[in-house]
Design a protein around this ligand. Structure first.
Ligand code: SAM
Length: 226
């Protein structure tokens, strides 16, 4: 059985078992192999924008004997992947802005697809994109790997319109979590915002917007302790 690192394992664990999975930016195809071994999917399209990572993927797929269940595909985001090829899509190990762009460029993801994301940066841009485009975040989780904490989340399109305050884009539902890693993750985001707030004040810029976001986050955070 393949051994995933904690970041990839936490991401893969967000997949609800499905028939067809697509892993975008697959590199070594670790998630596809894990998904097949653990009955999370019957077939996988493992895609990447670059040849090198696809060659890595081919080696892993061969090593675990899944050549008949994994299709390797050169593709920028979901450009070369058909709607009928995926019930669930994983996009992991990229910046939040790029993940948002990949999702935005594939409107068919609105048709009852699971989207599993593991952004490395710009979490607020990704959450804002999802909320502004009718995607509901269904799960969020944080995992520690080495010295770093990683965010993984899943979403699906829903007709539901929910008007969160801007604070939500920064911390999401993690703000209510009592899990120590999730608390630490939120605290880091708060302290980054506080630094930005102080820097704006010190250089005479308008800091009202960030000040309001900070206030709202602290208000929501207080609910966690009730
Ligand atoms: C840091 S690796 C992440 C690999 C794996 N998903 C993970 O989480 O460990 C990022 C991968 O995304 C690929 N990539 C970057 N931009 C992409 C795009 N627009 N479409 C598809 N793949 C992309 C890169 O070639 C690279 O293999």
């Amino acid at each position: 059985m393949i051994n995933l690192t904690p970041r990839l394992l936490k991401t893969a664990e967000l997949i609800t078992p499905c028939k067809k999975l697509a892993d975008i930016g697959t590199d070594h195809a670790y998630i596809p192999v894990y998904a097949l071994q653990n009955d999370l999917a019957e077939t996988v399209v493992a895609s990447d924008i670059n040849e090198g990572p696809l060659n890595n993927a081919a080696k892993t797929v061969k090593q675990y004997g899944f050549e008949d269940r994994v299709v390797l595909r050169l593709s920028d985001g979901l450009e070369n992947i058909e709607e009928t090829e995926a019930d669930a899509v994983v996009i992991a190990g990229m910046g939040g802005e790029l993940i948002a762009k990949i999702i935005g460029d594939a409107p068919w993801l609105k048709n009852n697809k699971q989207i599993i994301m593991q952004p490395m940066t710009h979490f607020e841009d990704l959450r804002a994109f999802l909320c502004d485009n009718g995607y509901k975040i269904t799960k969020e989780t944080v995992v520690r790997e080495g010295k770093r904490l990683y965010l993984a989340l899943s979403a699906e399109y829903t007709e539901e319109e929910v008007d969160f305050g801007e604070w939500y884009f920064y911390v999401g539902n993690l703000i209510y979590s009592n899990n120590p890693d999730e608390i630490e993750f939120c605290n880091k985001i708060v302290s980054r915002l506080e630094k930005k707030y102080t820097a704006l004040i010190n250089s005479g810029y308008d800091a009202n917007k960030i000040g309001k976001i900070l206030e709202e986050i602290k208000y929501e955070q207080a609910k966690r302790n009730i």
